[in-house]
Write a protein that binds this ligand. Structure first.
Ligand code: GLC
Length: 797
């Protein structure tokens, strides 16, 4: 940040008006600061130097958070105003309105350096609003969405301004998404800061000045939420409570997806489907990129190449494939095209300040652009899905180019003066740019949900803003088939996950250029653990289906995708935890054990859910690597070796595997391999029991995998607890929900036990001998699905 002469600062605080849940402070030079207790753990700070606050409105908040509910305890010393919740205390200096924040034990969490200040911007009539905080000794930073840079953000500066970045590179900034939320971590504790401002925002993490972290916006208000928590993971959950989570996606969403730009005819798509089934490579979703349309007109079909879309989609459905199609925001300027005419006649398209319609170039040539920040436009847009979803039967929609991206202009987007409604708060593109993609996906979500009902909707979008996770999954955009991009993919998905967006994935294998077999396989193996597992490529660099890399490639790809299908019940449960509690699906190691300093800089290893630790191979010709296991005991998933955490290990890894570790004590559910979700009737469920030394909980969430029955209680939530004792391993199960799993038995596979148990008791009774099954190599315990308690017993020496 430059030390500009027209920077202004709040003067001394003259007044503090206190209400139950907020306080309003006014300074001598007219600055107002409103501090609000959102919850005990979340405080909101709002500043204005204009003499008034803007109408309070945010696209990010999910509307469920309530204010006026939580109370402060308010106090005062000679020098400070004190605002306290049971866990957090804000001290506001009477001299200059600077703030320090403490936890209940009095540890300093965060402190203003210059604090709030601003720069006047007479051209816009708006201020550039700034905040600078002291960077505490040894403080590190995480979060901020899709940044393709080191997970630990310290020493870097970033900006949020959604941008179409074809073939971006490591450290390219900004990218497609705008998520102004970060975490701070230091030895006294941790916190999150969400700067809810949709203008272009900047974040400097002790980069310009070593002891200062600052953030600022080119307009709007200094309006941020300070989130406290005992761990980064708890802060992630609180951020999710503030900005929302999606509905549970249909289970097939967690299957494998195949995409290309483009499968350009019905015949080509049928061929792809047949090939998957013939080669027995599981797949649940096939995608149609822009060429399915008639001259790139959204909501139309190419008459020759897709003569009967409904029949095509129905045929694919009968083979177990869902079809997803792309919809861009640009509406081709063509008054003979109904969508354009309707949008024009109703005034739904974006205009310049003086009235003319804005026209920009995208795939169809000149386009008009719906103003998705207007409710009437969103409703109209949602209705457009009646044909694609309701009649043709597509299962999902892919929104692209919604930064919004404009071709052949240096800024790659709309002129800044373009007008938007912003839900009744009219403004220019400066303010609406960063939410445009989010509001497009919101409108699409409403339409897909309405017409897919009683099925669940599936959406994927390229651009979004904080809170956009409520409407759509995201993918990371136009990446490149290089090893560096595999590293980027790993970091981006972890970072998105801790920034509120758990339903994320990358273009596996890279969008531009062509991967080697080895790169493709390593990427696919990482993709097994990304919530969205989709291969996509620009198509003009060679084939990128799992069979495009020779016989060995087919074997290896099948193996990776089969692993994904085996892990589905675990992955779905992990997703449920995200939807229920806001717990990120992917967890960087620092989110797993922040007390262990070794995790603060680790970024290759991550956890997917509670029990699995993954460490991808990110370099060519690597048949081994060093990796760090967090404290505790871990099993190598591939060979059951017990390994000690809290240190680095070197592991040999052939191309057919990705290093995966299971937390000792975990119970990991597996499905049989299916070619698509729902292919098989499950007769039993495999539970892999990894011996631990301390009591531990594992969970399993199941429902119909689609539809809304779960909202009426048609789900099964199973909480397993293992209780290791001398000569005995006890497992309890607590079931809730009204849904009956389709199978009646679990098969318990034991890992890490020295021998088979001598005795098995089920619900306190000795089990019949046939419950211990020894079929050649396979040994398992067959127990009823509704058990309350089982005990495995060994003779005590
Ligand atoms: C953009 C998208 C890409 C898509 C292409 C054509 O580049 O990011 O995924 O294939 O447009 O629609």
């Amino acid at each position: 940040m430059h030390q500009l002469l027209n920077e202004h600062f709040p003067g001394a605080v003259m007044r503090c008006e206190k209400a139950n849940d907020h306080a309003l402070l006014s300074t001598q030079n007219g600055v107002m600061l409103r501090v609000e207790a959102i919850t005990d753990h979340v405080l909101r700070f709002r500043y204005t130097a204009k003499g008034y606050f803007e109408k309070d409105f945010s696209y990010a908040l999910d509307g469920k958070h309530r204010s006026g509910f939580n109370a402060f305890e308010q106090g005062e010393t000679a020098s400070h105003y004190l605002l306290k919740t049971p866990v957090l205390e804000a001290r506001i200096s009477k001299e200059d309105a600077k703030i320090s924040l403490f936890d209940a034990a009095g540890n300093l969490l965060n402190e203003d350096e210059k604090g709030f200040h601003w720069e006047e911007n007479p051209q816009q009539g708006d201020n550039i609003v700034k905040m600078s905080k002291r960077s505490l000794t040894g403080e590190h930073y995480y979060g901020l969405g899709d940044k393709p840079s080191n997970l630990n953000l310290r020493d870097r500066r970033f900006q949020n301004w959604g941008t179409d970045q074809y073939g971006f590179a490591k450290d390219t900034d900004p990218l497609y998404r705008n998520i102004p939320f970060y975490y701070g971590l230091h030895k006294q504790g941790c916190y999150g800061i969400f700067f809810d401002n949709s203008f272009r925002t900047f974040f400097d993490f002790a980069s310009e000045r070593k002891n200062v972290t600052s953030f600022w916006a080119e307009g709007g208000e200094m309006n941020y939420y300070f989130i406290a928590g005992s761990s980064l993971l708890n802060i992630a959950r609180r951020y999710a409570r503030l900005t929302g989570v999606p509905e549970l996606p249909p289970l097939w969403t967690l299957g494998y997806h195949q995409c290309k730009w483009s499968y350009a005819s019905a015949e080509e798509l049928r061929g792809i489907a047949e090939r998957f089934r013939a080669l027995r490579i599981p797949c649940d979703a096939l995608y149609l990129d822009i060429d399915y349309m008639d001259g790139f007109r959204c909501f139309t079909w190419h008459p020759e190449n897709f003569p009967d879309p409904k029949a095509l989609v129905g045929e694919l459905e009968s083979q177990g494939f869902k079809t997803v199609a792309i919809i861009d925001p640009g509406i081709k300027v063509d008054m003979d095209y109904a969508v354009c005419r309707e949008g024009f006649e109703n005034g739904y398209f974006c205009t310049y300040a003086d009235g003319p319609l804005y026209k920009g170039q995208v795939w169809p040539g000149e386009c008009y652009f719906p103003d998705f920040t207007r409710p009437a436009v969103r409703n109209w847009w949602a209705e457009q899905f009646k044909g694609l979803i309701g009649e043709v039967g597509l299962a999902g929609i892919w929104n692209d180019m919604n930064e919004p991206a404009i071709m052949e202009v240096p800024t790659k987007t709309f002129p800044l003066e373009i007008r938007h409604d912003y839900d009744g708060h009219p403004c220019s593109h400066r303010k609406a740019h960063n939410v445009y993609g989010m509001q497009m996906s919101r409108a699409s979500f409403a339409g897909v949900k309405k017409y897919a009902y009683p099925n669940r909707p599936f959406l994927i979008t390229r651009s979004s803003y904080a809170g956009g996770q409520r409407y759509s999954s995201v993918w990371t955009g136009d990446n490149v088939a290089t090893w560096e991009h595999l590293w980027v993919a790993n970091v981006q998905c972890q970072r998105l996950s801790i920034s509120g967006f758990s339903l994320v994935g990358t273009d596996i294998g890279g969008f531009t250029e062509h991967p080697s077999m080895e790169l493709y396989i390593r990427w696919l193996q990482l993709g097994v653990f990304h919530p969205l597992m989709r291969t996509h490529s620009s198509g003009d660099h060679g084939e990128q289906e799992p069979w495009s890399f020779g016989e060995e490639g087919i074997e290896l790809a099948r193996k990776a995708i089969e692993l994904r299908y085996r892990l589905l019940p675990y992955l779905y449960t992990t997703f449920y935890q995200y939807v229920e509690e806001g717990t990120p699906f992917l967890r960087p190691l620092v989110f797993v054990d922040q007390e262990d300093r070794n995790t603060w800089f680790r970024q290759d290893e991550f956890m997917a859910g509670d029990s699995l630790l993954v460490c991808p191979i990110l370099e060519p010709n690597r048949l081994g690597r060093r990796l760090y296991l967090p404290r505790g005991l871990w099993y190598d998933y591939h060979n059951q070796t017990l390994m000690e955490g809290g240190k680095e290990h070197y592991l040999e890894i052939p191309l057919e595997r990705i290093p995966i570790f299971v937390r000792a004590g975990a119970i990991l559910p597996h499905y049989p391999v299916q070619q698509y979700v729902g292919e098989k009737n499950l007769e039993y469920l495999d539970l892999h029991v990894y011996r631990g030394e301390i009591p531990q909980d594992s969970y399993l969430y199941e429902d119909q995998g689609d539809g809304y029955g779960y909202e009426e209680g048609a789900y099964a939530h199973k909480a397993f607890k293992v209780l290791p004792q001398k000569g005995k391993y006890r497992i309890t199960q607590h079931r809730s929900g009204k849904w009956q799993s389709p199978y009646r038995h679990y098969r318990l596979h034991l890992h890490g036990f020295e021998s088979a148990p001598e005795r098995l008791e089920i619900n306190g009774e000795p089990a019949p001998p046939e419950a211990m099954v020894n079929s050649g190599e396979d040994f398992y315990l067959q127990v009823p699905e509704n058990f309350h308690q089982i005990s495995l017993r060994w003779p005590v020496a």
